[in-house]
Design a binder for this molecule. Structure first.
Ligand code: NAP
Ligand code: GLV
Length: 317
């Protein structure tokens, strides 16, 4: 049994929630917890990881598969020594519901002028404002994968005019779709509330910049252009977001992710009146909901079946 051991290497505070649960639920494999219980590296066949240190997985000569405990694999793939074994990532209804809930909350907050009413409440001001109907407002979702396509569907059910942009062509009921570099400008020109649900790859790095923000539709019913980034910080240029907020290119922004996390205390984003920010929590994964799924990934692999949600290393997501 020990030659088919699973190494758990979770770099972060969430390790405290995962490890006791995995100790209870992993029945058919020897479980090794990095760093203290790694044991003989050649026993390890599978790795459950989140942001493992560079080089750790390269030191496992019999590794057969990696399960990433998160949707984004950018940190994992940035390790040049990463062994060439199959990688599965998190694509799970609990995670999707959480991120979609976050996105819908933030789109509605911009649409319903929540920050304005919060400020008015603090000043005891009773002042209603006109709100457009959702079907007058154009929302654009960048990324129509597992999470983006569900966010698009839910926002469309709320009545918004939803479009999406992806790398390859897509057909989704009730959603206008655009793809590739050739489709980007037309997608931006019709979008008032821009939601980013793209992976961080060399192609998407720095995409959310001033040039792009200036292409958004500002004269629509929403009353300006808005940004919601619930994907990865490397996609956004913070100084460009600040410039766009200050010159009116963007009316407001919600940011869950940042190029440097934790966001440095010196960042002007913390106190900017048009910024809502959260500490990378849009899609916290619940170990309770997810543990059995990752154990089942190993069982599928051992039965010779492909793991679910495998990563295309050439595309980087
Ligand atoms: P996914 O299923 O892999 O979907 C990715 C989407 O992005 C696909 O539609 C893909 O196009 C599109 N895409 C990739 N590269 C592109 C490019 N260069 N140009 C245009 N479109 C491109 O991913 P997911 O599960 O929906 O998750 C999306 C991202 O959300 C993750 O990578 C992660 O970084 C982030 N995330 C953040 C949190 C959080 O807590 N903030 C939580 C979960 C996930 P195709 O459909 O054509 O392949
Ligand atoms: C969280 O950011 C994830 O990628 O799951």
């Amino acid at each position: 049994m020990s030659r088919n051991a699973i190494l758990v290497a979770i770099n972060g505070t969430q390790a405290g929630d995962w490890i006791p649960l995995l100790r209870q639920r992993v029945k058919n494999h020897d479980l090794r917890i990095w760093p203290d219980e790694t044991g003989n590296a050649s026993d390890i066949a599978y790795a459950f990881v989140w942001n493992p240190p560079r080089g750790l997985l390269a030191g496992l000569p019999n590794l057969k598969a990696i399960v990433n405990i998160g949707a984004g694999v950018d940190a994992l793939l940035s390790d040049p020594t990463l062994p060439r074994v199959p990688i599965a990532r998190a694509a799970h209804p609990d995670l999707t519901r959480r991120v979609v809930g976050y996105v819908v909350l933030q789109v509605l907050a911009h649409h319903n002028r929540s920050r304005l009413y919060d400020a008015q409440q603090r000043e005891r001001v009773w002042q209603p404002h006109k709100h457009p109907s959702s079907d007058e407002v154009a929302v654009g979702i960048m990324g129509l994968g597992v999470i983006g396509s569900e966010a698009a569907a839910v926002l469309a059910r709320l009545g918004f005019r939803v479009a999406g942009w992806s790398r390859t062509p897509k057909t989704l009921p009730g959603i206008e779709t655009f793809h590739g570099e050739a489709g980007l400008d037309a997608f931006l020109r019709r979008t008032e509330i821009l939601v980013c649900l793209l992976p961080s790859t060399p192609q998407t790095s720095g995409l959310l910049n001033l040039v792009l923000f200036r292409k958004l539709k500002r004269d629509g019913a929403a009353g300006g252009a808005f940004l919601v980034n619930a994907a990865r910080g490397k996609l956004q240029v913070d100084t460009d977001i600040l410039a766009a907020l200050d010159d009116g290119t963007l009316a407001a922004a919600t940011l869950d992710v940042f190029p440097q996390e934790p966001l440095p205390a010196s960042s002007p984003l913390w106190t900017h009146p048009k910024v809502t920010l959260t500490p990378h929590v849009a899609g916290d994964i619940s170990p309770e909901a997810f543990a059995d799924h990752i154990i089942a990934q190993v069982e599928r692999f051992e039965r010779g079946l492909p793991m679910e949600a495998t990563v295309d290393r050439a595309q980087g997501y």
